[in-house]
Design a protein around this ligand. Structure first.
Ligand code: PFF
Length: 516
């Protein structure tokens, strides 16, 4: 085998894979609910501003860093920086921890798809004489630890087979079929959802500022600073940033490809799908709640309950066509989850493959993928038998930093360390490293291989040096507020800005590493 790094088959293939990574569970259950809760269009505007001034900048930086170094996160940071060479580790721990629950949730989707398929084929509810309601299904599923572990296993096997196939023949191929299929299925579900009676209430929840409070969906509107934190955290997770995935995907990208344009396409597509997912799920959930007499404040519109309780109720109350839409819907969520999960797995596995490559060994993909999958499966089994806290598996550090918001669930615990801490920290440190240690021109040089634009260069320099670091301090504080409630939020702001100041000084006083 020749000693050459794997690469994408085409630029379109790369875009599909990157959009596949970005479009995931975060779009379907995070974005629409947060948008409604945080004032509809107000949230959307803040989200778009953050996506343009911060998300886009980090996306370009990650793709460029990956392509320049030809390495995954750990190797990339080690190659370019003296003072931040350890940051890559944050971007390998985060995807590893995220996978612990992503795989479990993917497994849940398989169970729900099977359930709807069985209803479609054999009329399960006829046999048992009752509707397959969301709450009953959810509770019995969580109680069945063995079943959940087996479906987690199934999800992991599928992801493993794709990643094992390689960058072009595995990951790219899956996304090239999966992404268009997902898009079509989403449109089918949107049409059905918007034609349900009372669907307009859900649209109002999503788009009309203040409606969520007025109608009683939430008790009070969040303040502007916390909206900023929520939108920032959501944007990062949704765009798959600061978790090594985009650095890794960038490392397989051809020098002639236009990184800025590609980043724009990825950011735009991810936001579009998040809005479309909102149109598919929120109006249906709200309409069904109202039509079945559930008080609006009790309709679960966010988190696992949205997917596995509220929406299952939508399908089981829909009449004869319900199970069919159930199958289509859960299948599309499975595709979204797999396409994201494989990027997380690749972001972890690339570390070992890079290491072997530097020693002149190639052809390690199969072995590495097997080991990474086994390690992820081990941690995912813990999350799966915990059953979102309903089975009470013991969790360490419950009282760290005052009272944690983990609510006794392993899912939140893993999410806290990855999405809550590692992710905003890694993005903050990356911007300081590029902006102040390496200097923006170092990265722009790589960007210019594909295309050069003076306007973008100026925009990039200002954002990476000033806008992104400060925004990241707010996002970090926002995430700490969300995960730790030790009485005062001021502590979190102080902590985040002290971290920013310390690393800013470290970056600004460092000398650029002389390369190679
Ligand atoms: N972007 C994915 C989502 O919205 O669900 C999650 C994700 C995938 C985060 C890959 C990070 C990552 F590297």
């Amino acid at each position: 085998m020749e000693n050459k790094r794997e690469s994408w088959g085409s630029n379109l293939g790369f875009i599909m894979a990157a959009v596949g990574s970005a479009v995931g569970l975060g779009n379907i259950w995070g974005f629409p609910y947060k948008m409604g809760k945080c004032g509809g269009f107000t949230f959307l505007i803040i989200y778009i501003l953050l996506a343009v001034f911060v998300g886009m900048i980090i996306m370009v930086s990650e793709l460029a860093l990956g392509r320049k170094s030809g390495r995954g996160a750990v190797g990339a940071y080690q190659k370019v920086s003296k003072r931040f060479k350890w940051v890559g580790w944050l971007s390998i721990i985060a995807p590893f921890l995220i996978m612990s629950f992503y795989a479990v949730l993917g497994g849940y989707c398989f169970q729900y798809m099977s359930l709807n398929l069985a209803e479609l084929g054999f009329g399960l509810s006829e046999i048992f004489g009752q509707n397959i309601s969301g709450a009953d299904t959810f509770n019995s599923m969580l109680g069945n630890q063995f079943g959940c572990a087996m479906f987690t296993f199934l999800f992991m096997i599928i992801c493993m087979l794709i990643v094992k196939g390689g960058v072009s023949a595995g990951i790219e191929k899956f996304n090239k079929i999966g992404m268009p299929a997902l898009f079509v299925m989403l449109i089918v579900v949107i049409i059905r959802a918007l034609t349900l009676p009372n669907a307009v209430e859900g649209l109002k929840f999503m788009f009309v500022p203040g409606y969520a409070v007025k109608a009683g969906f939430i008790p009070e509107a969040p303040d502007v600073v916390s909206v900023l934190g929520t939108a920032g955290g959501q944007m990062f997770f949704s765009l798959s940033l600061a978790m090594g995935a985009m650095i890794t995907y960038g490392s397989y990208l051809d020098k002639k490809e236009n990184i800025v344009r590609n980043s724009g396409v990825i950011v735009f597509s991810d936001t579009l799908v998040a809005l479309m997912a909102g149109l598919a799920v929120i109006p249906a959930a709200v309409a069904n709640g109202i039509n079945s007499g559930v008080p609006v404040g009790e309709i679960a519109l966010g988190g696992p309950k949205l997917l596995f309780v509220t929406l299952q109720d939508v399908f089981s109350n829909m009449g004869a066509s319900g199970p069919l839409f159930g199958v289509i819907f859960y299948l599309l969520v499975i595709i979204a989850a797999i396409s994201s999960a494989i990027s997380l797995m690749e972001a972890v596995g690339v570390y070992f493959m890079d290491k072997a490559e530097t020693k002149g060994k190639t052809g390690m993909r199969t072995k590495v993928t097997l080991w990474v999958s086994a390690a992820i499966l081990a941690e995912a089994i813990v999350v799966s038998i915990d059953g979102l806290g309903s089975n009470g598996v013991w969790i360490p550090f419950q009282n760290l930093l005052g009272k944690s918001n983990w609510n006794g669930t392993w899912l939140d615990f893993m999410d806290c360390w990855s999405e809550g801490i590692a992710m905003p920290l890694a993005a903050m440190l990356m911007s300081l490293m590029i902006g102040w240690e390496l200097k923006p021109d170092y990265m722009l040089e790589e960007v210019h291989f594909g295309a050069a634009s003076r306007v973008f260069d100026v925009f990039y320099k200002i954002c990476i040096r000033f806008v992104v670091p400060v925004a990241m301090a707010f996002v970090l504080a926002g995430q700490l507020n969300e995960f730790f409630n030790n009485g005062s939020q001021t502590v979190h702001y102080v902590l985040a800005f002290v971290i920013l100041a310390v690393f800013w000084i470290i970056a600004a006083t460092g000398n650029k590493k002389t390369e190679k």
